[in-house]
Design a protein around this ligand. Structure first.
Ligand code: 13P
Ligand code: SF4
Length: 363
């Protein structure tokens, strides 16, 4: 059953920012060692400042797996990340998502029914070829379980090329979902020829492909995408190149291939942070990722010139749902031993999904 976000009440909605911050800090202190607040890099500053640990999807999954002494893990990120944390933590730990409406539109583009149906169609055409399923971590626990059951692996934006290499060593074909762009960027980086990469359009029979094209393909990409990273275009890359040749362009691999190909570097949010923070004073950057991270990098690196690659605000509106008032509501309840918004993956799904996550951590 889908959990629904309840209204937290006017008492929380009416609180001014400074009062919210004071009360969150006090609750954090009261809960002490029992509490772990994890924050993804796209969180807004008013929440991010309360993080015990921050990271990209891979780092946060590893943190959650390592912190087995924390009964309460408050996950300031999106639903699939909290699910992964629940899968990797013990039964004595509660993973909590402060606002249940914080989903990921890309993860919602691959339902279990659609993927299972497509898998059947694909297998019927490819006959004896071994297909390895690889799912980006931005997917539901049910999808991860589907992959675990079929000896596949999860990947994140920081290890997609490594996981794809592993998959191609273990099978003739890889079925990659849900992000077309991460899949294509990783496959091209590995030197796979463009005519061996095909797109699986989930609305069409055989994904809109001929049987021949499917038989020839090495990498089959689901047609999902990130609504935030799709907003960066090749025209933005061109604009910066013309404006200032000294500007280095770095983008997330969820961007379209033409954007990644035009950039100087690409990588996960963690890699973007490392590249920008480690660059020499006076460096100039145009960054193709979510605006909260770009603004934070600009604030933390006043000796550098930092811009968003796009002139428009590319905000992840679902990440943005995690607001201080929801965090406070969660912590107020925890102090009274009431766990709200716990993310629970059912044990059968968790067991299979853990196989796919564990394989990624091994690779
Ligand atoms: P990272 O793993 O690079 O943090 O990316 C997660 C994400 O959702 C990017 O849109
Ligand atoms: Fe999903 Fe894109 Fe938001 Fe990441 S930035 S959580 S992929 S919608």
């Amino acid at each position: 059953m889908e959990l629904q976000q309840v209204d937290i009440g006017s008492e929380f909605h009416a609180l001014p920012d400074d009062v919210l911050a004071e009360r969150i800090a006090a609750r954090k202190q009261e809960l002490g060692e029992e509490l772990l607040i994890l924050c993804h890099h796209y969180q807004q500053e008013s929440v991010y400042r309360f993080a015990d640990m921050t990271g990209d999807s891979l780092k946060l999954a590893k943190h959650a797996a390592a912190c087995n002494d924390k009964p309460y893990i408050v996950f300031c990120g999106v639903h699939f990340m909290a699910e992964s944390a629940d899968i990797l933590t013990g039964d004595n730990q509660a993973v909590i998502l402060p606002d249940l409406r914080a989903g990921c539109p890309m993860a919602d583009m691959a339902s279990l029914d659609e993927v299972a149906w497509s898998w059947k169609e694909l297998s019927a055409v490819t006959g004896g070829d071994r297909i390895i399923p690889v799912t980006y971590v931005n997917s539901s626990a049910a999808i991860k379980a589907f992959v675990g059951e079929r000896q596949g692996s999860v990947c994140t934006s920081s290890n997609a090329e490594r996981v794809l290499t592993w998959a191609l060593e273990h099978g003739e074909k890889v079925f990659f979902f849900p992000d077309e762009h991460l899949g294509r960027n990783s496959a091209i980086a590995l030197g796979i020829k463009p005519d061996e990469i095909i797109l699986w359009n989930r609305e069409e029979t055989l994904g809109g492909n001929s049987e021949d094209a499917i038989k020839r393909a090495k990498v089959i990409l689901w047609n999902g995408y990130c609504t935030v990273h799709m907003q960066f275009t090749a025209a933005h890359v061109k604009m910066w190149r013309e404006k200032d040749p000294e500007v280095r362009i770095i983008v997330h691999p969820e961007c379209k291939h033409e954007v990644v190909a035009g950039a100087d570097q690409y990588g996960s949010t963690e890699k973007i942070i490392q590249a920008v923070s480690g660059s020499r004073p006076g460096s100039k950057w145009a960054i193709g990722t979510e605006i909260n991270l770009v603004n934070r990098l600009a604030r933390l690196n006043p000796d550098k010139e930092i811009h968003s690659l796009s002139p428009f605000q590319c905000l992840c509106s679902t990440m943005y749902r995690i607001k201080p008032k929801y965090l406070l509501w969660i912590l107020d309840n925890l102090v009274n031993r009431e766990v709200k918004n716990q993310i629970r993956v059912d044990p059968d799904t968790a067991k299979l999904a853990r196989i796919a996550l564990a394989r990624m951590l091994e690779i």
